[in-house]
Design a protein. Structure first.
Length: 132
């Protein structure tokens, strides 16, 4: 099976799986199946799609002279992070971590619009109790 045919099969599978999954449930709730799909997608496409997307956003914000090198470095780092998060989500999909199978990254898939951000719930520090 050559590379072009593999890419076509993967694209068709994703195009069929994602709308069916989104139509069947609320987008705010996640399930183990959604977590596994998110993990597989981020693992396979994380670095490939994160790199050009970050270059685009950085170039749009800072101009091409600064945006291309900054976007390349940031995109490479975010792509590695998205790939690692995808591996983590794929390996731990039956376990409800984080709570209710919520996505770790936003947007949850690498082909969705927007800059990649880590979920605020994961980086938020617990509030300390005030003492009287």
């Amino acid at each position: 099976m050559n590379t072009t045919l593999r890419l076509i099969v993967l694209s068709v599978a994703l195009c069929m799986a994602l709308p069916a999954q989104a139509a069947g449930e609320e987008l705010t709730k996640s399930t183990p199946g959604q977590k596994a799909l998110r993990g597989a997608t981020n693992l396979s496409l994380g670095l490939v799609l994160e790199l050009p997307r970050t270059i685009y956003y950085e170039t749009k914000e800072q101009g091409p002279l600064r945006g291309i090198p900054a976007g390349f470095l940031a995109g490479f780092g975010l792509g590695l992070m998205r790939t690692a998060v995808g591996a983590y989500e794929l390996l731990t999909f039956p376990i409800a971590l984080p709570d209710d199978y919520k996505p770790i990254l936003s947007p949850q898939f690498p082909f969705e619009q927007g800059r990649t951000k880590v979920s605020p719930a994961l980086i938020e520090r617990p509030k300390e109790a005030t003492q009287p």
